[in-house]
Design a protein around this ligand. Sequence first.
Ligand code: NFE
Ligand code: MG
Length: 625
Amino acid sequence: MAHIVVDPVTRIEGHLRVEIEVQGNQVTDAISSGTAWRGLEVIAKNRDPRDLWAYIQRICGVCTSSHSLACVRAVEDALGIKIPKNANYIRNIMAATLTVHDHLVHFYHLHALDWVSPIEALKADPTATANLQNTVLANYKLPFAGPMDYDFSAYPKEFPKATPAYFQAVKDKVQALVSGGQLGIFAANWWDHPDYQILPPEVHLMAVAHYLNMLDKQREVVIPHVVFGGKNPHPHYVVGGMPCAISMDEMNAPINSQRLAAVDTAIRLGMDLVNNFYLPDLLAIGHICAQKGAGLDGGGLAKDRVLGFGAFPEEPFNGVANGNGEWFSQIMIRCNAVVENFGAGVMNAKVTDITSDDLKDPEVLTETTTHSWYKDGDALHPWDGKSEAEYTGDKNGNKSHWEQLNEQGKYSWIKTPMWRGKTAEVGPLARYIIVYTKVKQNLIQPNWAEKMMVDQVDAISRLLNVAPEKWLPTTLGRTVARGLDAQLNACMNKYFFDKLVKNIAAGDTDTADVTKWKPSTWPEEEVKGVGLYEAPRGALSHWVAIKDKKCSNYQAVVPTTWNACPRDEVAGRGAFERTMMETAVKIPEKPLEIVRAVRSFDPCIACATHLYDAKGRTITTVNTD
Ligand code: NFE
Ligand code: MG
């Protein structure tokens, strides 16, 4: 029996520690611990609700638009504000842009090195690599362009041409780094692990070349954030709409035809990078790994229970929890459901839709702290949530230098969110499982976007020659679902851009509803609202209460909180722990499979850990000696 600690888990956002017990190749226990905490929900208290988004957005700079979008939606829900059409389209463009960017960066810069090795790339033949890239590009394209018939061949090819000389130059560059002992942040990787021998050297070299190219390209993908939100990271929002004025006649207007053209170019670049590089690279690597059996475990909680809230309102809506609850009739990706038992096959899975009433029910969505460093109490709905820190350190009471965390007691700053008393996995994989199941069980008539999702899954099942319930809930499936989500979001981006341009051309330049801008127009009694968003990492909900014109309570229940949470004896284990438990480890001292499985979630611990006190009391000081 070996007890293995990985701390910190690198190439993620934030501070995560995992511990595993390994017997032979089998993981017999696993701990996921968020090791830092934050207090943005405290800062939100007593703020003007119109300012909240700017504070709350700082929960995370990675999903740099997620928390501001969920925040303005929550405040608008509470105050009964319906935003104009242009603002809805622009917010959807902001969201799709974030997702395309985030997934590209995750795949190439955070996750690829779990599959690909620069050391193996040095064995590659540059001529064979050039041939491979041209074959791969031809063989691994998914021809789904969304609702419009795009001609991808007309798009600029942003990467250098795949020639032997080009790959020789990349190889020389990597060789110089390795020979000079300059692998830097990657030096401590387990490069001698046998799983790095699965791919041919040419695939390693091609992927390393694209890693470098994508470092350069990713900044251009976020130009829509700069145009519509002034900057990236942390673009600007406004309660009631978007803060950018539109005028096609004025050259210095924030939004004019020149700037819309820049947005169009960035959106097309995103489509090019996803369709011509990200997906072919991902599918080539995934196909070879699947044939060799790598990454096909780690399904964990996804086989049992996944959750989503829905995404991309087609038109402005009245209310999530309030108004007419039109969120649920406007969303184009109807993944507002819990799907259980997908691992037993798509037709055996159980779908339960998530409704407006569920969100308001104090018993349905709750958070518990049985294994989190907060005082115990009842599991609470986010509108009533509270936390008092109770930091107890590790098994032996060590508060700074942990040896082994206390799995019987408290071991994480992350709380445990539950839906009807159970944990659930969220993320792109959850979205795909939910929509795929709903369509296959004839519960919804798919629109173009949902049909695209089903077609994508069916195409991968044909490529791998494996049924969806066998490959989707796995480490590899989680990574593939994120790539498919990038393609879907690239199409969504174009879809809402086209809607925006058409609406402006029809003479509508309205971007914000200011009729309820003045606090004197707000209700006297306490009002509460919810903002929902499918963030790159999954279902996000923000919960606000407004009283005496101020924020009286704020809570965010965040994707990585769902996935990285500690266990609860009744609710079950969280997705990270379940996934680690179901991942075989070849060499316990070099648990590549474990960090690969955890990184398949694209963890963001800054998002996952926060702290607030609903009653506004002073929060316990933590002594870390
Ligand atoms: Ni900090 Fe985030 C996303 C949100 S996280 S990255 O996506 O919301 O769990
Ligand atoms: Mg929270």
